[in-house]
Design a protein around this ligand. Structure first.
Ligand SMILES: [Zn+2]
Length: 235
């Protein structure tokens, strides 16, 4: 059965002399693995498509039993040219792709996540503050994946307006000074907290704290942060 979908290309491997195996994140079907036959041939209509993070309308011939659909047609919506031309912006987008690849399974659509991610990429493409956009985008992703940190009261005792707050990955959000216990818990200044809540522009320190949080809840190191922080050492 042929179906059209809106897709972001997450990964593309050469397969045979002429084809690619793709991993797509689609609005309609979530993660999709697909074979793009002939897409490495210059005269093929699929040539030049499925570049990393290209946003395209893709026609799939669905093959649920094989686990590998066929991508039979593609038309660009956007390939985010400005995002692509600034390495730090591109690296920030790479963090989101890594998380999607780690957290999304086939046949598990996440429409809100797709639209949030698209909005984040557009914002990066339009020149938005990189740390602020990356922080907000990461928090949106964590929320949609069910890992949003609670940032408005101590997750242990419920205290609000805490003087010294810590971000606790293992407890899923803020803890106050009285409830803070074992490492790894990360001290947050009032400004850090405002940054996490989207009330102030982001910076490197807050994003690093959020990286540790995301790595804990996702259960894996997020290696694309290394490149990002090499390109963007300061806030
Ligand atoms: Zn507390």
């Amino acid at each position: 059965m042929y179906e059209n979908c809106d897709a972001l290309a997450l990964r593309r491997y050469p397969f045979s002399e002429t084809s690619y195996v793709l991993t797509l994140f689609t609005r309609e079907f979530g993660r999709v693995d697909a074979l793009a036959k002939g897409a490495r041939r210059r005269r093929n209509p699929l040539f030049g498509h499925f570049d990393f993070l290209a946003y395209e309308e893709i026609t799939l011939f669905r093959r649920p039993r094989s686990g590998l659909d066929l991508a039979t047609a593609a038309a660009f919506y956007s390939d985010f040219p400005r995002l692509r031309s600034v390495p730090a912006r591109f690296a920030a987008a790479g963090i989101f792709a890594e998380i999607l690849l780690a957290a999304c399974q086939p046949s598990d659509p996440h429409r809100v996540l797709f639209d949030d991610l698209l909005a984040t990429l557009r914002h990066l493409d339009a020149g938005g503050n990189i740390f602020t956009t990356a922080t907000a985008g990461l928090l949106l992703m964590l929320r949609e994946l069910g890992f949003a940190p609670r940032l408005h009261e101590c997750v242990n005792c419920g205290a609000t307006n805490v003087a010294r707050a810590f971000l606790s990955p293992s407890r899923g959000g803020l803890v106050c000074e009285n409830c803070a216990a074992a490492a790894p818990e990360f001290l947050l200044s009032r400004l850090d907290l405002a940054r996490l809540r989207g009330e102030a522009d982001g910076d490197a320190r807050t994003l690093r704290t959020l990286k540790h949080y995301a790595e804990y809840v996702l259960g894996r190191e997020l290696v694309s942060f290394h490149l990002f922080f090499r390109l963007m050492p300061r806030g």
